[in-house]
Design a protein around this ligand. Structure first.
Ligand code: CTP
Length: 402
């Protein structure tokens, strides 16, 4: 999987920098073309010559030295990379990446990179848990950076806890998995719905819900990373659709239904992450509804259940549904899974802190009709989305069981 890939290894100044040597060595053994950019601080921990010998390529440290390449060095390195991995990533480089600082060669390269970016954090346990670091990590994850670790255990500073860099073997395995995953869904057509539908009452008001669309957008991103031809049918959100995903904006449940049903016959997979209004106003007033007396009664009529409709008419497609619950999560979710005839149901209790609408993280369980169940810990929505894509690949038979 890594043969011939141009892998840029960024090394920063933490004690785990010595482990970068093993990462470079393992990547080379897998026949990757490895290029190292290190910070001056990293050069205190490990000699550039070591990494140069192991990578068999010049090591870059200084921004303003004689160029070793044919082009503006930082841009050339960034452009040629098939993937970039920062190992170890100190709290400092993570903060610089989060705000976009470019004050040395590595941070400048990282700003110019367009290829997938992997970060292996390594720092003292308390530095890792500082809210500034956590916010920076979240910011990077939201920008699709892949986090590897950190792991738990004894740290050089004498503390015990999480913050240790993941082992080189795990870091390289993660890169291999990534390049493998890019091919899983090649040629597959996937529909994703996202956001909360809006059901107009009059020209200025609507009935809506609290869905932010983040989960569905993260799924579209993860599907696109896995090579799927992705169509994102989205109710209004404040999010930017991932690049290379076909974005189809809709407003109401009826509009969403039309777009989904139209595309369903050609789809291999449908992921229904949208929060669809179960009811809509019976009448949509053409004029703004005026204040009237001390009571206003609205009549609502049912919307079609799009997922249930797909479940009835599916013909080989994989259907993934969601269940947003506030009580008896698994019981209600299982009932929905069978009633709507889905192949995988993602259940989440939207009342839990760190889960549900608007939150950058979620806590979900995957349920399968054969009774299997996978409970995931609280994670960024993009991490959950990538895990979901793995399960979809298994259901499609293009990947072995996890
Ligand atoms: N769904 C749908 N069309 C609807 C309502 C829901 O396609 N009119 C889909 C959602 O996109 C989601 C799943 O059905 O994948 C479950 O949605 P949820 O709101 O949790 O369940 P409901 O079926 O609406 O049941 P209830 O509101 O009673 O919990």
């Amino acid at each position: 999987m890594l043969e011939g890939k141009f892998i840029l290894v960024g090394v920063t100044g933490g004690i785990a920098a010595y482990k970068a040597a093993e990462v470079v060595s393992r990547l080379r053994k897998l026949r990757a073309d490895v290029h190292v950019v290190m910070t001056k601080e990293a050069a205190h921990f490990i000699a550039p010559l070591t990494l140069q010998s192991l990578s068999a390529n010049p090591v870059h440290v200084e921004m303003f030295t004689e160029p070793k390449l044919w082009n503006v060095e930082h841009i050339a390195l960034a452009e040629r990379a098939d993937a970039v991995v920062v190992v170890p990533a100190t709290a400092n480089i993570i903060a610089k990446m989060a705000v976009g600082l470019a004050d040395d060669l590595l941070s400048t390269v990282l700003l110019a990179v367009r290829s997938p970016l992997f970060v292996a954090p390594a720092m003292n346990h308390w530095m890792y848990h500082h809210s500034a670091t956590q916010e920076n990590l979240r910011c990077l994850t939201e920008r699709s950076v892949h986090m590897i670790g950190p792991a738990e255990g004894f740290q050089a500073c004498g503390t015990d806890g999480d913050g240790r860099m993941s082992e080189p073997e795990e870091i390289v395995a993660e890169l291999e998995r990534f390049f493998q995953s890019q091919t899983w869904l090649k040629g597959k057509r996937v529909l994703v719905t996202a956001g909360g539908t809006q059901e107009p009452l009059d020209p200025v008001r609507y009935i809506g819900n609290r869905s932010s669309g983040r989960m569905g957008y993260a799924i579209a991103q993860a599907l696109q990373e896995a090579g799927a031809e992705t169509v994102l049918i989205s109710a209004p959100t404040s999010l930017h659709p991932p690049s290379q995903v076909l974005h189809v904006p809709v407003m109401t449940a009826l509009e969403m239904r039309d777009e989904v049903i139209k595309r369903f016959p050609e789809a291999d997979v449908v992921v229904k992450a949208a929060a669809v209004a179960d009811y809509r106003p019976a009448v949509q007033s053409e004029q703004k509804i005026k204040k009237q007396g001390d009571k206003l009664q609205l009549e609502l009529i049912p919307n079609p259940d799009i997922l249930a409709e797909l479940g009835r008419s599916k013909n080989g497609q994989i259907l993934v549904g969601f269940a947003a619950e506030t009580e008896e999560l698994i019981k209600h979710a299982q009932e929905k899974m069978h009633r709507k005839n889905v192949d995988l149901l993602v259940a989440n209790d939207v009342t839990k802190p760190g889960a549900g609408f608007g939150s950058p993280t979620n806590i979900v369980s995957f349920l399968f009709p054969d009774g299997r169940r996978i409970d995931l810990p609280q994670q960024e929505k993009l991490e959950i989305a990538r895990r979901l894509v793995r399960e979809i690949a298994v259901l499609l038979g293009v990947k072995e069981e996890n």
